[in-house]
Design a protein around this ligand. Structure first.
Ligand code: SF4
Length: 190
């Protein structure tokens, strides 16, 4: 029975094999190089196909995982949009995931407090809802300076990020308009 080799693996093996064959012909000792090939950082990893989360372009990423740990992330050559390419941010994706300074929990600093306290995600979401409602109730205007009927607050603003796709932007704008928020911006325009 013949072993199945993926396109990606085939290209890698073909490239390494050709280079080593030429070095042998030139009289080089390729023993250390062969050992190096066996020690590639992706050895014994499982490839997982995913999407870069940094922006709404949604480039395809092949993530190499070993024992539940992310080893590296590269552009997915079979992805129909990006075809193996990643920008500088996407190429640094695994560094972000493994960064020991990456925040993975809610930290809250109360007004006037010197330090941060750890809180739950549920607490943070309830707090945001509570603050938005309080602010809107306290600042909603029904008439503008010219006497025209309005229903708006100038005390809340919304700032979107590059990670938002069309549908998410649509939902956010609908919500903000329903709340009477006028200041709706996007990080890319600032
Ligand atoms: S940040 Fe870069 S790699 Fe990631 S989806 Fe956007 S363009 Fe693609």
């Amino acid at each position: 029975m013949r072993a199945r080799v993926s396109r990606r693996r085939f290209l890698g093996l073909a490239g390494a094999g050709t280079a080593l064959a030429w070095l042998v012909r030139l009289g080089y000792d390729v023993g250390p190089a062969r050992a190096q090939v066996r020690d590639l950082k992706t050895a014994a990893t499982t490839p997982v196909h995913s999407i870069c989360y940094f922006c709404a372009v949604g480039c395809g990423v092949t993530v190499s995982v070993r024992d539940g740990e992310l080893v590296c992330a590269e552009g997915d050559p079979d992805h129909p949009i990006s075809r193996g390419r990643l920008c500088a941010k996407g190429m640094a994706l695994h560094e972000m995931q493994r960064n020991p300074d990456r925040l993975t929990r809610v930290l809250y600093r109360a007004p006037g407090a010197a330090g941060w306290e750890e809180r739950s995600w549920d607490w943070a979401l309830d707090r945001i809802v509570e603050r938005v409602k309080q602010t809107r109730d306290a600042t909603l205007e029904y008439k503008n300076a010219a006497g025209t009927t309005v229903s708006r607050t100038e005390a809340i603003a919304s700032l979107g990020g590059a990670i938002l796709n069309n549908e998410e932007c649509y939902a956010i704008v609908k919500l903000m308009r329903a709340l009477g928020v006028l200041y709706i911006e996007h990080q890319a325009r600032i």
